[in-house]
Design a protein around this ligand. Structure first.
Ligand SMILES: [Zn+2]
Length: 403
């Protein structure tokens, strides 16, 4: 359970709940059958499944809104939205409403220059590293447009006003397809953040009836994990594999990027058949090619371990951490970040003594060994030296240190 809410802040959630209760008499209330809501659509697995659920189970009038952030995969996302628009129009003719495309490219954080600077800011990076991430999650969990939810909330509200005055549609709820497990990898994907933005919006407008929510409301009976959403759609024969998750520019899902890996995992864990067309890489190889590939990998590892035979490290030459390398002590781990190539690596806490010593000027293998011997007085010197050499060789290879 703790894993499902890594970035969640229950303290904030409770405080914001108290604000809503005081200002409007309730914390959260999903609109009743036949009422209208705005739904942010990305064309992905979660938002499309949620779209289906809102129409099918809750019988709500759904007004989908899509923000085009100018990224490379928007064409594929739009294709997904067009497909499901056609389908849902047929299935739910009485509650279906066409989607609206908005261009988000006017915002600063959507521009390429910001993206580069964001990943250069180690304070921002380190505060968004999740050490409990599942295998398929990115170590750096910062979206390229970190303030996007604020924009979305404001855009949602303006769309709400448009619907009210142009079409006479009364709406007070804007929904985003954020699921509980998203908070493992994204700080923005928490109830605390959604509610913070919601409180800010309400106080700006002086209208506390406005709700900016995701399916994260357990007490309010509106709580859906990815699995719940996807299985419901698949069981009802909705061709959910036509949604788009991939961040690559390919015509079909790459199968390798973090989004594709999460997508595969969701299907695998639910036991549902994944009909997504993934680019086949390894499975296309012949058996002989597969064996060759595996052998090459084994030998690559083997030669790495044996680098100490023809070591690059010199005993008395100074070793240092280049200025573009940043590290942070997390207690149970040390996290090292390369600002140039965005590479992040986690090291065991036992390496802390090495990082600390490396930070001093004129550190060499010899002086590192002295620190190690002080830290581990009972350990054999030859073993310490071997471990230290191996560690430094790997760091040297990854560019985390230089000599
Ligand atoms: Zn992909």
């Amino acid at each position: 359970m703790l894993q499902e809410h890594y970035f969640e802040d229950e303290f904030l959630v409770r405080k914001q709940g108290a604000i809503f209760t005081r200002k409007r008499g309730y914390e959260f209330r999903l609109p009743k059958k036949n009422k209208s809501v705005i739904l942010f659509l990305s064309g992905g697995l979660d938002s499309v499944s949620l779209w289906y659920l809102l129409l099918k189970k809750y019988k709500l009038h759904v007004y989908p809104l899509y923000v085009d952030d100018g990224s490379s995969h928007t064409a594929s996302e739009k294709k997904s939205i067009e497909f499901f628009s056609k389908l849902f129009k047929k299935l739910f003719s009485s509650h279906f409403h066409s989607h609206y495309y908005l261009s988000g490219q006017v915002f600063f954080s959507f521009q390429n220059i910001s993206r580069k600077s964001i990943f250069n800011d180690e304070n921002l990076i380190f505060s968004n590293v999740n050490l409990q991430k599942p295998n398929d999650a990115q170590p750096v969990v910062l979206p390229t447009n970190p303030a996007r939810l604020f924009y979305y909330a404001a855009l949602g509200y303006e769309y709400l006003l448009h619907l009210k005055y142009a079409l006479g549609v009364k709406i007070n709820t804007v929904i985003v397809g954020i699921t509980p497990s998203d908070s493992i990898s994204l700080r923005e994907s928490t109830r605390a953040v959604l509610r913070s933005i919601n409180v800010a919006l309400c106080s700006v407008l002086g209208d506390y009836s406005i709700q900016f929510i995701g399916p994260l409301e357990k007490e309010g009976n509106f709580y859906y994990r990815k699995h719940d959403l996807v299985s419901r759609a698949v069981i009802d024969n909705i061709p959910i594999h036509k949604t788009w998750s991939c961040v690559s520019q390919r015509a079909i899902h790459c199968g390798q990027c973090p989004n594709c890996r999460t997508r595969k995992r969701i299907f695998a864990e639910t036991g549902l058949i994944d009909n997504t067309n993934y680019q086949k890489i390894f499975s296309l190889l012949t058996t002989a090619e597969k064996i060759k590939y595996r052998l090459r990998r084994i030998f690559a590892k083997y030669s790495l371990i044996n680098t100490k035979k023809n070591t690059y490290l010199q005993i008395d030459k100074s070793i240092s951490i280049p200025p573009h390398i940043k590290w942070k002590d997390y207690g149970e781990k040390v996290v090292v970040y390369n600002k140039f190539n965005l590479k992040i690596k986690e090291f065991m806490a036992s390496s802390l003594i090495i990082w600390r010593t490396l930070q001093k000027r004129n550190t060499s293998l010899a002086s590192l060994l002295v620190s190690m011997r002080k830290e581990y007085p009972g350990e054999k010197v030859s073993i310490l030296e071997n471990d230290l050499r191996l560690f430094l060789e790997l760091c040297l290879k990854d560019g985390f240190i230089k000599q």
